[in-house]
Design a protein around this ligand. Structure first.
Ligand SMILES: O=C[C@H](O)COP(=O)(O)O
Length: 258
């Protein structure tokens, strides 16, 4: 089965809503100028919550094919949860994706695999695609335990999820030691873990589910290294941080096969 590559730009806590409009317009211009085929590669931006309405307005107003999403979601539908944002609010804003369990949320907000799984299910129930993040720290990598560590995260996050839901989901492998450090994992490092994740999905579900789920690599991806990583058979795209904040650079990443 041919999986459509996905290039998702996680802006993290960068860009106010005015900067967001500028960046999305710039990205769209770069891609349109290059005759980019949006049906061959999905391109998404993941701005802060406060930018999403502005991104929606510009994407819909200019009939852009760029998709967008959110960096987190509440597990609650509504009610007395100060500071939280529900899946239905995000779906109303036209979000296609929700990043869940990013290592920064796991580290600074104590998110567990079970909570990450719950957020993924909430996103799916509201018709959006979760981008389920996993990845090991430097200590785990140095001990050579990256595969078992990541598979335990996957087991925890997918627990209770149906095969149909997993087929619709995206998994992002992001080794923490490669995030924002400039130290990119080698294509072989990325393939080792992404391949192991796909095998595990096959064991937990079936071959069709393993074949359908998209697995991204994230961690210091830039235009200069994306093609080699994308050449690996189990890497279906990238979750890009810093390099997604510049329209021309992110457009080059999206055009990895040009
Ligand atoms: O979500 C994106 C990742 O954390 C990667 O960030 P980075 O590309 O700045 O290393």
């Amino acid at each position: 089965m041919a999986r459509t590559p996905l290039m998702a730009g996680n802006w993290k806590m960068n860009m106010d809503h005015l900067e967001a409009i500028h960046l999305v317009q710039g990205l769209n211009q770069e891609l349109t100028d290059a005759n980019f085929d949006f049906s061959a590669v999905e391109v998404a931006v993941i701005p802060p919550f406060t930018d999403i309405r502005s991104v929606q307005t510009v994407v819909e107003g200019d009939e852009m094919k760029i998709k967008y999403g959110a960096q987190d979601v509440s597990t609650h539908e509504n009610g007395a949860y100060t500071g939280e944002i529900s899946a239905s609010m995000l779906s109303k804003l036209g979000c296609s994706f929700i990043v869940v369990g990013h290592s920064e949320r796991r580290e600074y907000h104590g998110e567990s695999d079970a909570l990450v799984g719950e957020k993924a299910r909430v996103a799916l129930a509201a018709g959006m695609t979760p981008i389920i993040c996993c990845g090991e720290g430097l200590d785990v990598r140095k001990a050579g335990n990256q595969v078992s560590h990541v598979l335990a995260q996957i087991d925890g996050a997918l627990a209770g999820m149906s095969a149909d839901d997993v087929k619709k989901s995206v998994i992002a492998y992001e080794p923490i030691w490669a995030i924002g450090t400039g130290e990119v994992a080698t294509p072989e490092d990325a393939q080792e873990v992404c391949g192991a994740i796909r095998v595990r999905v096959g064991e937990l579900y079936d071959a069709a589910t393993a074949d359908a789920v998209r697995i991204l690599y994230g961690g210091s991806v830039k235009s200069a290294n994306v093609a080699d990583i994308m050449a690996k058979e189990d890497v279906d795209g990238a979750l890009v941080g810093g390099a997604s904040l510049k329209a021309d650079e992110f457009a080059k990443i999206a055009r990895f096969n040009a």
